[in-house]
Write a protein that binds this ligand. Structure first.
Ligand SMILES: [Zn+2]
Length: 130
């Protein structure tokens, strides 16, 4: 997303987030969105079956090789089918909506935050421990 798209999105959210404009409502909407994203992701495995999710011990940042594959390390095997992909994308979109709402309520700029985070991950790399 370019800076102008991020700014445009944040501005759009500012004009649309009316009913839940209180920061308390935005915070809880963020949590609900996160829960719905988790549920959609899990249901793609347990309901649809288009993916298989496994849990394994995570690698330490210090043992990562150059050919580290984030998709492989995620525990997700297979690919989301069209319906699951659409559902997960919608939930991520809703999360972004409320994150933009949080930024608006707190007087923060989403693009500035993303730029800052890019700088952080570039500096710390795999040692960011995220
Ligand atoms: Zn599916």
């Amino acid at each position: 997303m370019s800076a102008s798209q991020t700014d445009e999105f944040q501005k759009k959210v500012s004009s649309l987030l009316v009913r839940n404009s209180n920061i308390l409502d935005i915070l809880t909407k963020c949590q609900i969105s996160c829960g719905k994203l988790c549920r959609s992701t899990v249901k793609s495995a347990t309901g649809c079956g288009c993916v298989d999710i496994s849990g394994e011990k995570s690698l330490s940042a210090f043992s990562l090789s150059k050919d580290f594959d984030a998709k492989e390390a995620s525990g997700m095997n297979g690919s989301l089918c069209g319906a699951c992909k659409s559902r997960v994308e919608n939930e991520i979109g809703e999360m972004l909506f409320y994150i933009a709402g949080m930024c608006n309520a707190l007087g923060l700029n989403m693009n500035d935050i993303m730029k800052k985070e890019i700088k952080n991950v570039e500096v710390l790399g795999k040692y960011s421990l995220k």
